[in-house]
Design a protein around this ligand. Structure first.
Ligand SMILES: [Zn+2]
Length: 581
C-alpha cells in the first residue's frame, strides 16, 4: 500500500509513476504537482493536483477531458479501457446494460460529443464511492446535455477531480472515520418521508416523529444522553468530565421542505453524532459539555412559521403560534399533544446564555460558490438579513385591440419596470441580492390589458444598512414608476430579519482547523437563513459550509455531496472542538 509519506519522498519520476492512472492518460498533472511537495495531508495533495488542472490552458483541459473513454462506449465494449475505468464502469453495472440501455447511452454519447466536443464524464462511483445505478447515470446524462457549454466543461472537470479523488482513496487505502457513516445515515433518514415518491418531512408528521426517534437512538448508541424535548427537538448530550463546565451547542434542523434534499439540515446533526461516537469509543472527553441538537422545525412548511425548534432553545418561542393551523385545520397545539408533547413545557426548554460557550452549525452550502472554487469547506462570515414584501399594482383592464398605447394603465408593464429596477439596484454591490420570485396577472387574458399585477420582493445583504438603503430606494422607485404610469400601489411587509454576523473568534478557530487539515481557509456569506441566525440571539455562533454538488442545487432531490467532503468536515469539526479546549 502506498502512503502519503511515500509520495512525499519519492523522486519526481517515481512520484509521477505512483500517481499513474489517477488522472486518465495525463501524467503532466502529477509532473507539475511534484515540485509542490511535501503535502501535509491527502486533502492538500488533492488540492494541488486540482490546482494544476485549474491553472492549465484551455487546450490542456480539453485534452484531459478527451483522454476519457465514453461510458459504455465502443472502447469499453472492445475491452480497450484503462484498468481503472474498466473497474469503475463495471462497479456501476455499465458492462451489464440491456440492449435498450446500450442504445440509449450510444445515442446520448453521440449527441453529447456533437454538442460539447468531448466525451461525457461522470464519476460513476458516485457520492459514496460505491457506485451509481444505471438509471441514475442515464438521468444525469440527459440532465447535463441541457447545460450551457462553459458550465458543462466546468462540471466535466469537477467529475474528473472526483474520479481522481476516488482513485487516490483506493491507492492510499483511505478508511473514513465519519464520511461513509454520515452518508449512510442520511440515506436512511431520507427514506422516512410524508410522501412516497420524494423526501418531505414536515413538522410532527409520522415521518418527522420516526426521524426524531431514529436520531435519538443513534445519539444513544453513540454514547450520549438523549431525549426529545417538548417542541420535538432531539437533544443529545456528551458530558464533560467536569460537571460545572460550560456547554457548546451544535446541530441543525431535521425537517425538510417539500421534495427536499437528504443533507440540508441533517448533515449538521449526523456529523456531530459520528464525531461523538468516535470520541466515546476512544474514551476521549471534551473540557466542555457538547450538546447535539436536531432542531424539529426550521423550514416553515406545515405551519408557515420558521425556526420553531431553535426559538424554543433561545426562549423566544411565541405561544400564540400554538393556535396556528395547518392546511388541514389541525392546530400546532393539537399536533404537539398527538405526538405526546406537553406544549406548556416549551418555555422551560430555553437555555441560560451564561452556561453556553457558543453554537456551531455545519450545513451544506445550498449554493455554487465552494463548488466553483474547488473547495470542500468554507467559513461563514454572516447570515444575510432579509426584507420581503408583497406588492399589488392596480391599473385599468381594457381592450387589447382598441386601447391606444399612450392611453393605457398597464399593471404588468409597471411590474416589468419594477423587476428591472430591483435587478439594477442590487447588482454589483457586494453581498446585496434582490429577487422578484412571484409575478402574476390575476385573471389575465390574452386580449386584455392587465388591470392588476402582484409581485414579491426579496432583498438580502450581509450588512443591514446596505439592505435597508436598497429597500428604501426600491420602494421609492416603485412609487415613481406607479405615479408616472397612473398605477395604484399597495404594499405589505412580510419579513424583516436582521443579519446575524458570526463571531470572529469562532470563525478563526474554524479557519485554523481547516488550515490544519491542509486546506485553504475561505470565507463566504450565507444568503440563506439557518438555525444559527436564531441562536445568535443568545450566544456566539459560527457556521461551517460544505460543498454542494450538482451545480449547488438544494431544496431539491438533486441536492448532493460526497462522503469525502463529509469526512473532511468531520475532521475539521473535531479539530475545532479540540482547539476550543
Ligand atoms: Zn437548512
Amino acid at each position: 500500500m502506498t502512503t502519503l509519506s511515500d509520495l512525499n519522498t519519492l523522486d519526481a519520476p517515481a512520484f509521477v509513476a505512483a500517481l499513474h492512472g489517477i488522472y486518465e492518460h495525463s501524467p503532466w498533472i502529477a509532473e507539475r504537482a511534484a515540485p509542490r511537495r511535501p503535502f501535509a495531508s491527502l486533502a492538500s495533495l488533492k488540492q494541488a493536483l486540482q490546482a494544476v488542472v485549474m491553472q492549465a490552458s484551455r487546450d490542456e483541459q480539453l485534452a484531459l477531458l478527451r483522454a476519457h473513454p465514453e461510458l459504455a462506449g465502443k472502447a469499453a465494449i472492445a475491452g480497450e479501457l484503462t484498468a481503472e475505468s474498466t473497474g469503475e464502469q463495471a462497479a456501476s453495472g455499465l458492462n451489464l446494460c440491456s440492449p435498450e440501455e446500450y442504445a440509449a447511452l450510444h445515442a446520448l454519447n453521440a449527441e453529447y460529443n456533437e454538442r460539447f466536443g468531448f466525451p461525457f464524464i461522470l464519476a460513476v462511483k458516485g457520492p459514496t464511492g460505491r457506485g451509481l445505478t444505471r438509471t441514475a447515470i442515464i438521468a444525469t446524462f440527459r440532465r447535463r446535455l441541457k447545460n450551457a457549454h462553459a458550465d458543462e466543461m466546468a462540471e466535466a472537470l469537477r467529475q474528473v477531480h472526483r474520479i481522481a479523488e476516488i482513485r487516490l482513496n483506493a491507492l492510499l487505502g483511505v478508511q473514513h472515520l465519519f464520511g461513509a457513516q454520515v452518508m449512510d445515515w442520511a440515506e436512511q433518514l431520507g427514506a422516512l418521508s410524508d410522501c412516497e415518491d420524494n423526501l418531505t418531512c414536515a413538522y410532527l408528521t409520522p415521518a418527522h416523529r420516526r426521524t426524531a426517534a431514529q436520531l435519538r437512538d443513534w445519539m444513544l448508541e453513540a454514547g450520549m444522553d438523549a431525549h426529545i424535548d417538548a417542541v420535538g427537538n432531539v437533544v443529545g448530550r456528551y458530558a464533560a468530565a467536569q460537571p460545572h463546565a460550560k456547554t457548546l451547542l451544535t446541530g441543525s434542523h431535521y425537517d425538510t421542505v417539500r421534495n427536499g434534499g437528504k443533507y440540508d439540515g441533517r448533515l449538521g446533526i449526523l456529523l456531530p453524532i459520528a464525531l461523538v461516537r468516535r470520541l466515546a469509543a476512544c474514551g476521549e472527553r471534551l473540557p466542555f459539555h457538547l450538546e447535539v441538537i436536531g432542531f424539529a422545525e426550521e423550514e416553515g412548511v406545515r405551519f408557515r412559521s420558521t425556526f420553531l425548534g431553535s426559538s424554543a432553545i433561545t426562549g423566544r418561542f411565541d405561544p400564540a403560534l400554538l393556535d396556528q393551523q395547518d392546511s388541514e385545520g389541525a392546530s400546532m397545539r393539537d399536533a404537539l399533544i398527538a405526538a405526546g408533547h406537553d406544549p406548556a413545557a416549551i418555555p422551560f426548554i430555553a437555555r441560560d446564555p451564561a452556561t453556553l460557550l457558543g453554537f456551531v452549525e455545519v450545513h451544506i452550502e445550498q449554493g455554487p460558490v465552494l463548488l466553483a472554487r474547488g473547495l470542500p469547506l468554507g467559513v461563514v462570515t454572516a447570515i444575510a438579513g432579509s426584507s420581503r414584501y408583497l406588492v399589488e399594482l392596480g391599473g385599468v383592464a381594457s381592450h387589447a385591440g382598441t386601447t391606444p398605447m399612450g392611453m393605457r394603465r398597464d399593471a404588468a408593464a409597471a411590474a416589468a419596470e419594477i423587476v428591472l429596477l430591483v435587478e439594477q439596484r442590487c447588482s454589483g454591490r457586494g453581498s446585496l441580492v434582490g429577487t422578484v420570485g412571484q409575478l402574476e396577472v390575476p385573471g389575465g387574458s390574452v386580449n386584455v390589458i392587465p388591470g392588476r399585477c402582484r409581485l414579491s420582493l426579496d432583498i438580502r445583504a450581509a450588512v443591514d444598512e446596505e439592505r435597508l438603503a436598497a429597500v428604501d430606494d426600491i420602494l421609492a422607485g416603485i412609487s415613481a414608476i406607479c405615479a408616472r404610469r397612473g398605477i395604484e400601489e399597495k404594499l405589505w411587509k412580510l419579513v424583516e430579519a436582521e443579519a446575524a454576523p458570526c463571531a470572529p473568534v469562532l470563525m478563526d478557530r474554524l479557519g485554523a482547523a481547516i488550515e490544519a487539515a491542509g486546506l485553504p481557509r475561505f470565507d463566504l456569506l450565507s444568503g440563506a437563513g439557518h438555525d444559527a441566525m436564531e441562536m445568535a440571539r443568545i450566544t456566539d455562533v459560527a457556521m461551517l459550509f460544505t460543498r454542494c454538488g450538482n451545480g449547488g442545487i438544494s431544496h431539491n432531490p438533486l441536492e448532493t455531496m460526497t462522503a469525502d467532503d463529509a469526512e473532511i468536515a468531520g475532521e475539521v469539526l473535531l479539530g475545532f472542538l479540540r482547539g476550543l479546549a
